[in-house]
Design a protein around this ligand. Structure first.
Ligand SMILES: Nc1ccn([C@@H]2O[C@H](COP(=O)(O)OP(=O)(O)OP(=O)(O)O)[C@@H](O)[C@H]2O)c(=O)n1
Ligand SMILES: [Ca+2]
Length: 497
């Protein structure tokens, strides 16, 4: 008897009504989950591209960036895809042959055509930003600078990309966009984290940019740049020192030693045994030193290395003016600077020089840094050349000066102490992209960093799909239960009390 009842109870699950309900239910669940998955599935990754040419004083580099094409992809970050170093010197060096400045860019422009997919060429923005080399040329000879720009524009316009302009960046822009790059790549902006300061050392100018709690811009408005990024307000302190890039600073240091127009100098910033002949007119052919050209001087002078860090530092110090500060605090040359705050990323020549000298470890006490520089500077030139055969002689000859200059600029110019010095990181790249102003410049011009934080979906995609699936199954079970009165013989089922 009980076996018979059991059979019947089992059989009622096979009645047509229940079978139809089950089939419809399964179809509904499958449909719901499919819609949820398809609707929210990230589309096949497509990329957009952007190109920025960094026309620096010593060289030009072409950067290609790429980022996921979907606008609402909040996880996508623009990243460097490729960099092409333009052969030869910076565009300002072509003042006498402007068309050559345009020609010099062609090889990298052709390389860029290979990197960016053909169908994206016409929609890929192309920018050129020139920095301190062109600022100086523009000051010295604006006609020549205009001609260089004309040649450069023609070369860029003849490419298949969407040319958006070529211009000289102001020092503030150069500093601020370097800061944006560093903090964007570190994801500090999106997450509203404490920001990292940016230290950029170029050939002709140097920039310092950081956020300081006791800087609101009122004391020196020209050093203030404000941003609203991802819903956060930033009041950035930034300053660019023209003529304090490494090449122009070296000019000043040599100019300091040639004020009387001598035929030979014993230079403490060059290694012992280093010998070269320098031309007076070449040395003084820069607005950074031209007003100091000795009245009476031969055509050239002999420079012989002495290799003495202490003496070199004395001369380096002399190119900074530490008197006359009309503000509460100054760095040098009467320029306002608030108290240093937080961590700093130091890139471009800071990195080239300090990595060559094995001095990127900033936990090293400043005294040890000095000792290492003292030892490097006093190493004979022949020995240096033998130890670094792969390094260009031009760079090699300058590392004693460059190391001394960097240490002096940081500790005496910007007032980094042993404690704050340890918060500097000498960096070249962050997550595969070069630190520098170019990425920040492009992000700004393409409006890629929103002022307000984008609305993020409350759930990640997988969580969303799981919840929809569970809900659909629950709804189905409830639906089945609600049909209980229709179940044949259900009323005869034993009641659970
Ligand atoms: N491996 C390298 C590459 C470059 N340099 C030197 O580093 C300095 C700065 O280079 P860079 O940052 O590229 O300067 P620019 O952008 O050309 O100059 P600026 O920003 O002032 O326009 C130059 O003196 C260059 O000779 C170096 O010592 N070692
Ligand atoms: Ca630069």
């Amino acid at each position: 008897m009980s076996a018979q009842r059991e059979m019947k109870e089992k059989n009622h699950w096979k009645t047509p009504v229940t079978i139809i309900i089950t089939v419809i239910g399964v179809i509904v669940i499958v449909a719901l989950v499919t819609v949820a998955v398809l609707q929210n599935k990230p589309l096949l990754q497509k990329y957009k591209y952007g190109i920025v040419l960094d026309a620096g004083s010593s060289h030009t580099a072409l950067y290609i960036y790429k980022w996921p094409a979907e606008k609402d992809n909040n996880t996508g970050r623009a990243e460097q895809m490729h960099v092409c170093k333009v052969k030869g010197q910076g565009i300002s060096s072509y003042a006498a042959n402007p068309w050559k400045a345009g020609e010099s860019l062609r090889a990298c422009m052709e390389e860029a055509e290979q990197w960016v997919p053909g169908k994206r060429h016409h929609e890929t923005p192309l920018y050129l930003g020139a920095t301190a080399g062109m600022r100086l040329l523009n000051m010295e000879n604006s006609t020549a600078s205009d001609k260089v720009f004309q040649a450069v524009k023609e070369a860029l316009q003849s490419s298949p990309f969407s040319y958006q302009g070529a211009r000289i960046l102001s020092g503030q822009e150069e500093g601020a966009f370097g800061w944006v790059t560093v903090n964007y790549l570190d994801d500090r902006l999106k997450q509203g984290l404490e920001t990292t300061g940016a230290l950029d050392l170029g050939g002709a100018s140097t920039q310092i940019s950081f956020v300081s709690d006791n800087f609101d811009g009122s004391e020196s408005p020209s050093n203030s740049v404000t941003f609203r990024l991802y819903g956060n307000d930033y009041n950035l302190y930034t300053h660019s020192f023209l003529c304090y890039g490494k090449d122009q600073a070296l000019r000043s240091v040599v100019a300091h030693q040639t004020q009387s127009g001598p035929e030979k100098i014993l230079d403490p910033c060059s290694n012992p045994g280093y010998n070269t002949i320098k031309n007076y007119s070449v040395l003084y052919d820069s607005p950074c030193v031209s007003n100091r050209k000795p009245q009476k001087a031969p055509a050239s002078f002999h420079l012989t290395g002495k290799g003495n860090f202490g003496e070199c530092q004395k001369i380096v110090r002399s190119i900074f003016n530490f008197t006359n500060c009309k503000y509460s605090h100054c760095s040098f040359n009467g320029v306002f600077q608030p108290h240093l705050q937080g961590a700093f990323g130091a890139f471009s020549a800071y990195y080239f020089v300090m990595s060559f000298l094995n001095l990127t470890d900033t936990s090293m006490p400043l005294e040890t840094v000095k000792e290492k520089l003292t030892s490097y500077c006093s190493t004979p030139w022949e020995q240096i050349k033998q130890q670094h055969r792969a390094v260009k002689e031009k760079y090699l000859a300058e590392y004693c000066f460059s190391g001394t200059y960097i240490l002096t600029l940081l500790t005496e110019g910007y007032n980094f102490t042993s404690e704050s010095y340890s918060k500097i990181k000498f960096i070249k790249k962050i997550k595969g992209s070069d630190a520098g102003w170019t990425l920040g410049y492009m992000l700004n011009l393409t409006n890629m960093i929103p002022a307000e934080a984008p609305d993020t979906p409350p759930l990640p995609h997988a969580g969303y799909v799981s919840i929809v699936t569970i809900m659909a199954i629950l709804l189905f079970i409830l639906f089945i239960l609600s049909l209980r009165p229709l179940w044949p013989r259900c009323s005869k089922l034993p009641q659970v009390v």
